[in-house]
Structure formats: C-alpha cells, structure tokens
Write a protein that binds this ligand. Structure first.
Ligand SMILES: CC(C)(COP(=O)(O)OP(=O)(O)OC[C@H]1O[C@@H](n2cnc3c(N)ncnc32)[C@H](O)[C@@H]1OP(=O)(O)O)[C@@H](O)C(=O)NCCC(=O)NCCS
Length: 191
C-alpha cells in the first residue's frame, strides 16, 4: 500500500512552545534523480559529523547504486527516505529501514542528519516530526528505533524532545580515532 508521499512545509514547535516557521524548508520524499546530489550531501555529513560510525573515507556508494537505493525505498512501503530541501539544496535527511520478516516488521529503524551549517535551526525537529507522522499513519509500523552514540548530546536532546526512551546500551562499542571509547544507546518510540 502506498502512503502519503507528498509532504508539505511545516511549523516546528520548540520545547518551549515557540513556533519556528520553516517556510522555505520543505520535507520531500527522495527521488532517484536526486542520487548524485544526495551522495554529495551524505559525503559532507560523514566529513563534518563526529558521532557517526562511517568515516568519510569509507563512504563508497556511487550515484548508480544510490539511485537504485532510492528507487527501492520508493517501492518498499515499510521504508522511506525524507529530505529537507531549501532552495533546491538538500539540508537534512532521514531514512528508515525495516526487517521484512513478519515477526519484526512492526518495528522500523532510522538514521538522520542535518547539513553542518543548518544545525540548531529546527530542521532536525521538522524532519523527525514528519517522519513520526508518517509512521503513525502507517498500517503496519508501530515502533521506531534508533542507535545513538552516548556522547552525541545534541542528537539525544532531539530524540528525548520527541519522547524516545533509552531501551538498552551497548557498552564501549565505538572507538574513535583519538582513542575515546563510547557507548551506543538503542532508543525507541511507540508513536
Ligand atoms: C543530530 C542532528 C540531526 C540534529 O539536527 P538539528 O537540525 O540541529 O536539530 P534541531 O535544531 O531541531 O535541535 C534539536 C535540539 O537539540 C538541542 N541542541 C543543540 N545543540 C545541542 C548540544 N550541543 N547539546 C544538547 N542539545 C543541543 C537544540 O536546542 C534543540 O532542542 P530544543 O528544541 O529543545 O531547543 C544534527 O545535529 C546532525 O546532523 N548531527 C550530525 C549527524 C548526527 O549526529 N546524526 C544523528 C546520529 S544518531
């Protein structure tokens, strides 16, 4: 079953209830034609984020593979890739993936990011709110899961704002190049 694929601009309400109008930032579903642009965006994210597992030098997906990846998201109704787009530029992304085995298909896992110059402006909250609404309206999905490094306080604040709860922790599983070792939290929401 195909669900709403056309999402509109929206208002982000901060924790303090202050409306932040994102009139120019639109949340859209990724299209295969955006593969090259999306790859450039993802490469920039890996190069500017200190809290991800993949290092920029390890990112190898070319435009054709990315194109197929987007096309598969479009035909798999339990998965979606949402983009935050401002004046044609991709400034944020959420993508979710779902195990097809029936016993766990009600649970989807997601990853998200916002372009470095666009962080702390509400784009992440806008994306996440659209994604949660999409899951809420979904006939099968019931649970949303994510993984976050324990030192990623920015992301953890965002997830807690939306009532995600820490369900478990993998201890000392991430080792950064400078020797720091951190935990990996599994957080979940039943929207
Ligand atoms: C995590 C990320 C997606 C958040 O996106 P964003 O657009 O900056 O999020 P928002 O602007 O909606 O801010 C979310 C909240 O974080 C808070 N925040 C900002 N910087 C923070 C920090 N250093 N520590 C704690 N909270 C912080 C904001 O105040 C806001 O809370 P509020 O609405 O209660 O005021 C973005 O920082 C990012 O892409 N980081 C790099 C990639 C990454 O870490 N992805 C997540 C992997 S699990």
């Amino acid at each position: 079953m195909k669900l709403a694929r056309n999402l509109t601009p929206d208002i982000h309400w901060g924790k303090q209830g202050i409306a932040q109008l994102n009139t120019k930032t639109q949340i859209t579903v990724a299209k295969p034609a955006q593969a090259k642009q999306l790859n450039a965006y993802i490469h920039e994210i890996f190069a500017t984020s200190n809290h991800l597992i993949t290092h920029a030098s390890e990112y190898r997906m070319g435009p054709w593979r990315r194109r197929r990846w987007i096309a598969r998201k479009l035909v798999n109704s339990e998965e979606i890739c949402l983009l935050a787009v401002n004046n044609g530029d991709i400034v944020g992304m959420i993508d979710c993936w779902t195990d097809r085995r029936k016993r766990v298909t009600h649970s989807t896992c997601f990853a998200m990011s916002v372009k470095s110059g666009w962080r702390c402006k509400g784009v992440g909250s806008l994306l996440l709110r659209h994604f949660i609404e999409w899951v809420k309206a979904h006939p099968v999905l019931e649970r949303i899961e994510l993984h976050v490094h324990s030192d990623n306080s920015h992301a953890i604040t965002l997830y807690k704002n939306f009532d995600f709860q820490v369900e478990g922790t993998r201890k000392r599983v991430v080792k950064y190049e400078d020797g720091r070792v951190v935990d990996d939290h599994i957080m979940a929401l039943w929207p």
